[in-house]
Design a protein around this ligand. Structure first.
Ligand SMILES: O=C(O)CCC(=O)C(=O)O
Length: 284
């Protein structure tokens, strides 16, 4: 009989149903409602507004975004180990994961009278796609947390192409359409989270709402792939993290002597065992 390891993580577990796991595997995305509470959202928005308005150019992407944003303000750090989103990620990717990318992604509203004909459909992890074309396996899962209400159409929610994770064809957008056949523009409330993987075709949707679309995305991937927006995090940032947080930004856990198949232990393994989820989850 397999031996249970001592549970070391004291976080609530948000169990996914079999149907939700199947939906993610087959469609390449999953929506989980009410992930962030209003206090957390207020703290994050305050910090994010301040950062966007600042003259900080380090890791800035355009006027309205930052990569590796997790290090930019302490208000973002709880997202890394948030019990609801992290338990969803662990059920989808398994226990041997790390932070791949953290991005603040605001989008201005544009003039509704100007017709927008195209949005930028793509799959993620361009560094691998450049080498392997559209044959990159599932290596990355982004949690897109929306910080304002996107329930009305054209509010700037991220569009997804269901099932595009299961084929390697280019994402074809018919002439005159905004997305591939069957694309989804989800209706999301403040604090809802859209999970999607790197093979899922997606695009930042049109925003003519009159409001800035505010989102922060935390991406996780397997320990054996390279993070996208950092190589190692600064010691001053690491000092602010708990053991789980440090593991998730690439620190070994625990320091093992000798060789261990799979690359070492994960503090998430006992959490999986406790909650009946597999430690290693083959992609189907
Ligand atoms: O900002 C968005 O809605 C889309 C972001 C995106 O395309 C990405 O994370 O790769």
């Amino acid at each position: 009989m397999a031996q249970m390891t001592e549970p070391s993580i004291d976080l609530d577990w948000h169990a996914l149903s079999e149907q939700e796991i199947r939906q993610f595997d087959e469609q390449g995305y999953l929506i989980v409602r009410n992930v962030l509470d209003s206090e957390m959202i207020d703290r994050i928005v305050e910090a994010a507004d301040r950062l966007i308005a600042s003259d900080d150019q380090d890791m800035r992407t355009g006027r309205l975004g930052f990569k590796n944003c997790i290090v930019k303000d302490d208000a973002f750090i709880p997202l890394l180990t948030h019990s609801k989103s992290l338990s969803v990620v662990v059920q989808l990717l398994g226990a041997h994961i790390q932070l791949m990318v953290s991005q603040l992604a605001y989008r201005n509203s544009s003039d509704p009278s100007k017709k927008i004909r195209r949005v930028g459909w793509h799959r993620d992890y361009g560094a691998a796609t450049k080498v392997l074309g559209d044959h990159v396996p599932r290596v990355l899962l982004k949690c897109a947390f929306y910080l304002n209400d996107l329930t009305k159409p054209n509010s700037g929610v991220t569009l997804v192409a269901p099932g595009s994770n299961r084929h390697s064809n280019p994402i074809e957008v018919p002439e005159g359409e905004l997305g591939p056949k069957g694309y989804v523009e989800a209706s999301l409330k403040t604090g809802d989270c859209l999970f999607f993987e790197n093979r899922t075709g997606h695009a930042a949707g049109i925003n003519t709402s009159g409001n800035v679309r505010k989102a922060i995305m935390i991406g996780y991937g397997y320990r054996w792939v390279m993070p996208l927006d950092y190589r190692s995090q600064e010691p001053a940032f690491m000092d602010k993290l708990d053991e789980l947080g440090r593991y998730l930004v690439g620190e070994r856990y625990p320091k093992i002597v000798g060789y261990k198949a799979g690359g070492g232990d994960s503090p998430l393994t006992p959490w999986c065992e406790q909650n009946g989820a597999p430690e290693i989850r083959p992609v189907v």
